[in-house]
Ligand binder design. Structure first.
Ligand code: LGS
Length: 451
């Protein structure tokens, strides 16, 4: 039975339907037109850091094919497009000299989106720090708050008004957990001592960029976090405590300081002597009024106590669960639970679902030109239904961005995982909308009633 059988799907007026990407994952040509290298260009070119040595040198060649990609968006009827700007295209050294050619690329993209009635949602930072700033300590250097505000200011001055929805950071949790604690993502550090400092500085940078926006911009700015509900694997005390730690670490570590001006107490327990006492005045910078929060949702975790470092909590695989190609459980109810938790904890802030989607093994493009991806359709449908449940329960959700518009470079996993609703042939760069894209197009046209 389809989830729509007993529901009347009406989404709020003005609910925005779109899709998302990020610069390093789609653009290619990372050093074109005067751009400086980012930590991802450097990391991917370091032997052994990415699957098959895959780099973003070509990716989806969006840097040259952007016009065709906007046309595809238009054909699908997308109302919004979330993308990120590559900081080192704009400021090749991270601060100081502005590279006009880099700015022009995004300016043209924004104009093309607007000419096609597609609302741009611009993310300032989706993980590709200028390498020149990493050489100065990257997110471990407290000056990063000033660097980030300076970069933001350049873009606000150039694009605010044409861009009305701004995002400071994408997923600070992943930046820190992957980049500074476990080392699977750029810049590849593994340090329990660095992680809390990088996190805290990311949040200071977020605060400084929002402050700068209030001085320069006249529209909306928010923060995007990846959060996932944590459910205890058993009713033991140990699992309950592990679940509490995992929840604080992933779900509250960034939202608490940004919205409440403090960290959850569990972080000190988790990091022990590596958790610094941060100066009180930092929180006044971090806690800025936001116009919205963006939530990226992919999966849940069933949590049990274990010996892992430093959380002492791990995810337990569900024998009867359904898993995607990245090994993440499909659990739409978790999105409803999470949205209700968000409202209970942080109040009535507008929310966008800024990413949601799945990598599945897609068949090749068939002779009839179709890519049959029923599992992705099922995934998207169930999650949209879960969002609808949260809206019906009073959560102020303003839009949905499918991850991703295109198959693209999945960071350290290279080109091995395909999240796109549009198939990309990496040999020819040919784009083919998958069945899920056509389905999503119909959902947009009916404003969700087709669910
Ligand atoms: O491509 C990234 C997508 C794919 O899955 C995107 O750039 C990121 O913003 C985002 O992190 N993305 C993503 N996240 C899923 C994280 C699920 C982690 C589950 C781990 C369970 C073991």
């Amino acid at each position: 039975m389809s989830p729509s059988a007993d529901k009347d799907f009406s989404f709020p007026k003005g609910f925005l339907w779109g899709a998302a990407t990020a610069a390093h994952q789609i653009e290619g040509s990372p050093l074109a037109d005067g751009a400086g290298p980012s930590i991802w260009t450097r990391f991917a070119h370091t032997p052994g850091m990415t699957l098959n040595g895959d780099t973003g040198d070509v990716a989806c060649d969006h840097y040259r094919r952007w016009k065709d990609d906007v046309r595809l968006m238009r054909e699908l009827g997308l109302q919004a497009y979330r993308f990120s700007v590559s900081w080192s295209r704009i400021l090749p050294e991270g601060t100081g000299r502005v590279n006009q050619a880099g700015l022009d690329f995004y300016s043209r993209l924004v104009d093309e989106l607007l000419a096609n009635d597609i609302e741009p949602l611009l993310t300032l930072y989706h993980w590709d720090l200028p390498a020149a700033l990493d050489d100065r300590g990257g997110w471990l250097n407290r000056d990063c708050a000033d660097w980030f505000a300076e970069y933001g200011r350049v873009l606000y001055r150039a694009l605010d008004g044409r861009v009305k929805k701004w995002v400071t950071l994408n997923e600070p949790w992943v930046v820190t957990d992957g980049g500074y604690l476990h080392g699977a993502l750029a810049p590849g550090h593994r340090s329990r001592f660095e992680a809390p400092i990088a996190s805290h500085n990311l949040m200071r940078a977020h605060g400084a960029a929002v402050q700068a926006y209030r001085a320069e911009g006249a529209h909306e700015i928010g923060l995007v976090v990846n959060i996932e509900p944590k459910y205890p694997a058993s009713d033991s005390e140990a699992d309950a405590a592990a679940t509490r730690r995992a929840h604080a670490y992933m779900n509250e570590q960034y939202l608490h300081p940004a919205l409440l001006g403090r960290y959850p107490p569990e972080l000190k327990e988790i990091f022990g002597d590596a958790w610094p006492d941060f100066p009180e005045e930092d929180f006044r910078l971090i806690v800025q009024p936001l116009d919205f929060v963006g939530i990226n949702y992919y999966t849940r975790s069933v949590t049990a106590a274990d010996a892992s470092y430093p959380l002492k909590a791990g995810a337990v695989r569900q024998p009867l669960g359904t898993y995607t190609e990245t090994g993440w459980e499909v659990f739409p109810q978790g999105l409803t639970d999470l949205l209700l938790w968000f409202k209970r904890t942080y109040g009535d802030l507008p929310v966008y679902i800024t990413e949601n989607g799945a990598a599945f093994f897609d068949p090749a493009v068939a002779e009839d030109g179709r890519v049959r991806d029923p599992l992705r359709i099922d995934y998207l449908r169930k999650h949209l239904s879960a969002i609808h449940d949260a809206i019906a329960a009073g959560v102020d959700i303003r839009g949905y961005m499918a991850w991703s518009l295109l198959d693209n470079l999945e960071w350290s996993l290279g080109y091995s995982k395909r999240f796109g609703i549009i198939h990309v042939n990496y040999g020819t760069q040919e784009r083919t909308p998958k069945d899920s894209a056509r389905w999503y197009s119909g959902i947009i046209e009916s404003h969700g009633r087709g669910l």
